[in-house]
Design a protein around this ligand. Structure first.
Ligand SMILES: *[C@@H]1O[C@H](CO)[C@@H](O)[C@H](O)[C@H]1NC(C)=O
Ligand SMILES: *[C@@H]1O[C@H](CO)[C@@H](O)[C@H](O)[C@H]1NC(C)=O
Ligand SMILES: *[C@@H]1O[C@H](CO)[C@@H](O)[C@H](O)[C@H]1NC(C)=O
Ligand SMILES: *[C@@H]1O[C@H](CO)[C@@H](O)[C@H](O)[C@H]1NC(C)=O
Length: 330
C-alpha cells in the first residue's frame, strides 16, 4: 500500500513538474508539443524561425527584422510629412499600400486557426468545426503547477466583482480625455455582437455566429426564418412602428421573433431586433433603431432608381450596402 502511495505521488510529481510546456519555451508563436514523459519540442512551422525554441530567424525573416523600423520611428513617419501622405492618398499608390496593410495585418492571425476553445494542439476540428471559438494563444496546460503555467502566484483567479469595483467604479464623473463617450462603446458592442455570439444551448466556448464576420446578422437576424419575420416584404424594407411620427423597431407581436427581455417587461414594449439580446441595453436598441432607419432609407433610394426591382432584390442590395457601411463605420 505504501509503495502504491509513493507511486501515485511520484506520478503526481511528474505531471506537476515535468511538463516543460508550462514554461512556454517556444517563441515566435511556435507550438509546444510534449515529447516522452519529460521532454518537449517546438513546432516552428510557418513562424519564420527555427531552432530548438523557434528563436533562430530564417533568411527572409532575418532580412525583414533588419529592415523593420522601430515603433517610434514609424510613429514619427505617420505623424509628419503631410505632403508625402497626400501624394500617397491621391495616386495609384494608395491601392497598393492599402492592399499591403490589409494582407499583412490579416496574416498576423493564423488561418486555419491553430487553437480553439477545446484543442491546445493542431487539429482538424479547429479547422473544420466553425462552432468553436478559435484562440490565438495556447491554453495553459492543465497539469501546470500554477494557474499561469510556471509564473505568477499560486492563487485562484480573483473575483471579477472585486476587480470591477476596484478598477472600474467611478465616484465622480471624469470626461474622456479624447472626447469620446458611451455612444462609442455601444457602437462597438452593437458591431462585435454579430460575430461574437456565445451559444447558450451548449457548454461554454461555442459560437452561434457561423458567418464569423461582418454579415449584419445583428440587424437582419442570424437565421433566414428570423430575417423573414423582421422583413416587411414590401419595397425591400424591414418592419417598423411609428412612435410620435418617428420610426422605431416593431414590437414582437408584429414581428414574432425571440427577444430576451427582463421577465416583467410588458410584451407591447418588447421590440423585435436582429440580435435577440439587443433589447436589454438602451444603447444597443438605439443603434438597432438607427440601422433600421438607414436600411429603409437605402431601400427608398434604390426603389426610386430601380423601379423594376422586386422586394427581394431591393432587400438583398440594401443589405449589401448596409454591411459595407457597417464595416467602414467600424
Ligand atoms: C530552449 O529553452 C529551454 C527552456 O527555456 C532552455 O533550457 C534551452 O537552453 C533553450 N535552447 C536554446 C537552443 O536556446
Ligand atoms: C484621402 O483621399 C480621400 C479622397 O480620395 C479623402 O476623402 C480623404 O479625406 C483623404 N484622407 C486624408 C487623410 O487626407
Ligand atoms: C462541433 O463540435 C461540437 C462539439 O463536439 C459538436 O456537437 C458539433 O456537432 C460539431 N459540429 C460539426 C459541424 O462537426
Ligand atoms: C437561449 O436562446 C434561445 C433562442 O436563441 C432561447 O429560446 C432560450 O430561451 C435561451 N436560453 C437561455 C437559458 O437564455
Amino acid at each position: 500500500m505504501l509503495l502504491s502511495q509513493i507511486l501515485v505521488s511520484c506520478k503526481g510529481l511528474i505531471s506537476l513538474f515535468l511538463n516543460l510546456c508550462c514554461y512556454y519555451p517556444c517563441e515566435n508563436s511556435g507550438v509546444c508539443v510534449r515529447f516522452g514523459t519529460d521532454g518537449y519540442q517546438c513546432d516552428c512551422t510557418r513562424t519564420g524561425f527555427h531552432g530548438e525554441n523557434c528563436t533562430v530567424p530564417e533568411f527572409w525573416t532575418w532580412i525583414r527584422l533588419m529592415l523593420k523600423p522601430n515603433p517610434s520611428f514609424v510613429h514619427y513617419l505617420l505623424t509628419n510629412f503631410q505632403w508625402f501622405w497626400d501624394l500617397l492618398n491621391n495616386t495609384f499608390l494608395r491601392d497598393i499600400v492599402m492592399r499591403f496593410v490589409l494582407t499583412s495585418r490579416s496574416n498576423l492571425i493564423p488561418s486555419p486557426p491553430t487553437y480553439n476553445t477545446k484543442y491546445g494542439y493542431l487539429s482538424w476540428e479547429a479547422y473544420y468545426n466553425l462552432s468553436y471559438y478559435t484562440r490565438l494563444l495556447p491554453p495553459v496546460p492543465e497539469d501546470c503547477p500554477l494557474p499561469m503555467g510556471t509564473k505568477g502566484e499560486k492563487t485562484d483567479s480573483p473575483d471579477p466583482k472585486v476587480l470591477a469595483r476596484r478598477f472600474f467604479k467611478r465616484k465622480t464623473f471624469r470626461p474622456d480625455p479624447q472626447g469620446t463617450n458611451l455612444m462609442f462603446a455601444f457602437m462597438a458592442q452593437h458591431f462585435t455582437h454579430q460575430f461574437f455570439k456565445t451559444n447558450n444551448k451548449t457548454e461554454k466556448g461555442f459560437t452561434k455566429a457561423l458567418g464569423h464576420g461582418v454579415d449584419a446578422s445583428n440587424i437582419y437576424g442570424d437565421t433566414l426564418e428570423r430575417q423573414h419575420h423582421l422583413r416587411l416584404h414590401k419595397d425591400g424594407k424591414l418592419k417598423y412602428q411609428l412612435v410620435g411620427g418617428e420610426v422605431y423597431p416593431p414590437t414582437v407581436s408584429y414581428a414574432p421573433v425571440y427577444m430576451k427581455y427582463p421577465e416583467a417587461h410588458p410584451p407591447e414594449q418588447k421590440l423585435a431586433i436582429g440580435h435577440e439580446l439587443f433589447g436589454i441595453l438602451p444603447g444597443l436598441t438605439l443603434y438597432a433603431t438607427l440601422w433600421l432607419r438607414e436600411h429603409n432609407r437605402v431601400c427608398d433610394i434604390l426603389k426610386a432608381e430601380h423601379p423594376t426591382w422586386d422586394d427581394e432584390q431591393l432587400f438583398q442590395t440594401a443589405r449589401l450596402i448596409i454591411i459595407g457601411t457597417e464595416f467602414s463605420n467600424s
